[in-house]
Design a protein around this ligand. Structure first.
Ligand code: XMP
Ligand code: MG
Length: 294
């Protein structure tokens, strides 16, 4: 097992490690205490290209100009020192290009999201927490743990879909089994690992609506918002947001990330790396390795 040992003075919620010389710094800029109604049904509209006023999610970016002025950011800086610790198996040595989000920050963001859920959903009826397998399981665990600490009642349910092969969307979404019956007449939170093109949710949400829930919303650990570095579309100054097909509530989004392929905290590359506590950007070595043989 490898442990990256880092200066503990900097090991705070406001500091993030990028391997070698890159670092993320959390800059609190917005008010995170705004309430929003839980009870409107999710619609399938195109999202706004600019962030809404009440943006409480966190943007992971190399340039803070890319983020809405009222948002919080994890800024990747070239000059900062390593500021966190990360653990990974020897098997994965050299597979990552950088550490994107340390576990500690994932956990504290889950706490914030759980507090928002507790403040906006009724406490006299169970919220259906629907985990979309497999990738969401660790995030789901963290979130449910914080809801339990808050004493918020919820029901646990699972559903499996698959759309990715390797590092790209296959374009089709495979559904496994039946959606749980628990959703009828109840508030439902669909817990996702990552929203990329929106293809998965576009396929999933109408089937949830058919189950006649009181309301349903998506809660996702990550959303890919920015163009990838080095891609045709990349321009660190333009902050170009990838248009999502799904309306998302920023209070229920963990982190907005650049358009890189990420692994860890449930996210995999051909079933590899789900076991990592932290979230990493997969490097060339990892991609060449191809994940596990299935
Ligand atoms: P769509 O495009 O359907 O993608 O919104 C969502 C699903 O695709 C997978 N996905 C990823 N998995 N690293 C991963 O390990 C990534 O960077 C990534 N991007 C998308 C994931 O299963 C997600 O539910
Ligand atoms: Mg998923």
């Amino acid at each position: 097992m490898k442990i990256l040992l880092i200066n503990p003075v900097f090991f705070t919620l406001s500091s993030f490690l990028l391997k070698n010389t890159n670092t993320h710094t959390l800059i609190p800029m917005g008010n995170n205490n705004q309430k929003s109604s839980c009870c409107s049904n999710q619609s399938m509209e195109k999202s706004e290209s600019t962030a809404p006023e009440d943006d409480s999610s966190i943007y992971v970016t190399r340039n803070v100009k890319n983020t809405p002025s009222n948002s919080r950011s994890l800024v990747m800086s070239d000059s900062a020192k390593q500021t966190s610790s990360a653990i990974y198996p020897d098997l994965y040595e050299g597979h990552f290009s950088s550490l994107l989000i340390p576990y500690k920050d994932l956990d504290s963001r889950c706490k914030e999201i759980a507090e928002h859920i507790h403040a906006t959903y009724p406490s006299d009826e169970p919220l259906v927490m629907l985990c979309i397998l497999k990738g969401s399981a660790p995030f789901y665990n963290l979130l449910c743990n914080h809801l339990s600490i808050l004493g918020h009642p919820f029901m646990i349910d699972f559903y499996r879909v698959k759309s990715y092969e390797g590092t790209g969307s296959s374009g089709t979404v495979k559904h496994f089994g039946d959606l749980p019956k628990s959703m009828k007449g109840r508030h439902v939170l669909v817990i996702e690992d990552i929203v990329d093109t929106g293809t998965t949710l576009k396929s999933l949400l109408p089937t949830i609506a058919e189950k006649d829930p009181k309301s349903y919303k998506v809660c996702s650990m990550l959303v890919k918002r920015f163009h990838s570095e080095g891609s045709e579309d990349d321009d660190e100054d333009d902050g170009g947001e990838i248009t999502k097909q799904i309306e998302l509530d920023n209070n229920l989004i963990g982190f907005n990330i650049p358009n890189a392929f990420v692994v860890g905290c449930g996210l995999d590359y051909n079933e590899m790396y789900r076991d990592l506590r932290d979230i990493w950007i997969l490097g060339e070595e990892g991609i060449k390795g191809g994940g596990y043989d299935l």
